[in-house]
Write a protein that binds this ligand. Structure first.
Ligand code: PMP
Length: 427
């Protein structure tokens, strides 16, 4: 009998990544749990960043989607769309960007693509600064500003991208420096790169906490220090908040707020879980930047009423239940517990994170090198234990990634930590 996995392999691209030697078919979910086609139940410590910001099958979102789908699913371009205006108003107000305008897309890739179109048009330049080890999507242009080459096929895009140090704190030539020295070294690197360019550079795009790159971030304040240099050259700052927005990092609603002295970015992009699984992405920009395009443009599905209804219901739930505060509290406990577990294990190099975005970096104890095979083994073994986690990192993918829905309870955090502890101890 042909399995779904074999049928998938026969008809879908070879590069469409799948987790696990025997990939999982998820059939339904509730709260922080999902079930597979064989009826096994898993605690979901990764779906929060992929799709499910708040909780699986959240009744408030399901109801909003069903009601809107029962009324009309139309395009939000050419005609007025009440849910789109409402979600845009709420995001603009939350963004911190003065005179903010919002453009909706259907994915993070497309959001970054739109930000690039705006930045390059506004600045009349195809030169972009991006961070080493970054990930910004899979399109022709997004691939060409992605520093993490394990997730970035060759792109012949005409964008000229220059990669800057600073996204990764614990590895690379500046790892041994103090926080202040690290920031100074990264600023010097940025100035050095700019000194080698000719003509203007359009923008710097950066994830406040690198997601695919292994949940790693610079010391707070790096982007404030960068901002001074960028401003001196008129270069725009785009904060890719696809993983860090909506309170995931606990202390802040947006990742850029950890660098608050920088002030709000010129643009931010968002996507992933904001529709709790419905495909929403978008860009927020100052009106002057957003309105720099000199012809009409449309997006047939960006801002579709059904996805916007999900986005409004999801955001309302998240704010009413203070899920950002929950991410801070429960994420803080989980980080502490995982640090205590990691401290006794010589193949755990570092446990780090903010809110419900926690990375456990593994390394080969004898060489200190990245250990992707250990990370794969932990993924298989936590799955056996009823826990789904993710992985990431540089070209070597040896960081375990933990990003549950933001409604995670303390009991669930403890349960997940115990499963992970068993997997790490039996390596
Ligand atoms: N930016 C970041 C920071 C991301 O993590 C991702 C997705 N992993 C994207 C952009 C692209 O989003 P999408 O997969 O929705 O195109």
């Amino acid at each position: 009998m042909t399995t779904l996995h074999q049928r998938h392999r026969a008809v879908l691209p070879d590069w469409l990544a799948l987790y696990y030697a025997q990939p999982l078919e998820i059939t339904h979910g509730e709260g922080r749990h999902v079930w597979d086609a064989d009826g096994n139940r898993y605690l979901d410590f990764f779906g929060g960043i992929l799709t499910t910001m708040t909780a699986h099958a959240l009744p408030e979102v399901t109801k909003a989607v069903a009601e809107q789908a029962g009324r009309i699913i139309h395009s939000s371009t050419l005609y007025l769309d009440r849910p789109m205006v409402e979600l845009a108003e709420r995001i603009a107000a939350l963004s911190g960007i003065p005179d903010a305008r919002v453009f909706f897309t259907t994915s993070g890739t497309e959001a970054n693509d739109a930000a690039l179109l705006l930045a390059t048009t506004y600045r009349r330049s195809n030169q972009i600064l991006a961070m080493r080890n970054s990930y910004h999507g899979r399109s022709f242009s997004a691939v060409s500003i992605t520093g993490n080459k394990s997730w970035s096929p060759t792109s012949l895009s005409p964008l000229q991208t220059l990669y800057v140090h600073g996204g990764v704190r614990g590895r690379g030539p500046f790892a041994h420096l103090s926080d202040g020295e690290f920031i100074a070294a990264c600023v010097a690197d940025l100035e050095d790169i700019l000194g080698q360019t000719r003509g203007g550079v359009a923008a710097l795009i950066a994830e406040p906490v690198q997601g695919v790159g292994g949940f790693t971030s610079p010391p707070d304040g790096l982007y404030a220090a960068f901002r001074e240099v960028l401003d001196a050259h008129g270069i725009l700052w785009i904060s890719d908040e696809v993983q860090t927005g909506w309170g995931r990092t606990g202390d802040h609603f947006w990742g850029w707020q950890a660098h608050a002295a920088a002030g709000p970015p010129d643009m931010l992009t968002f996507a992933k879980g904001i529709g709790n699984g419905m495909s929403i992405g978008g860009v927020v920009a100052r009106a002057e930047v957003m309105n720099c395009l000199d012809a009409n443009s449309i997006s047939t599905f960006g801002g579709s009423p059904v996805t916007m209804a999900a986005g409004v219901a999801n955001l309302s739930y998240l704010l009413e239940h203070d899920l950002q505060g929950n991410a801070r509290r429960v994420g803080g406990l989980l980080l502490e517990r995982l640090r205590a577990i990691g401290a006794g294990l010589d193949h755990v190099r570092e446990v780090r994170g903010r809110g419900l975005m926690i990375g456990v970096e593994l390394a080969d104890p004898s060489t200190g090198r990245a250990a992707p095979e250990l990370a794969s083994a932990v993924l298989e073994s936590t799955r056996e234990g009823g826990l789904l986690i993710g992985k990431g990192g540089g070209h070597d993918s040896s960081v375990l990634r933990i990003a549950p829905p933001l409604s995670l309870t303390v009991a669930e955090a403890e349960e997940g930590a115990s499963v992970l502890e068993r997997a790490l101890r039996t390596l």
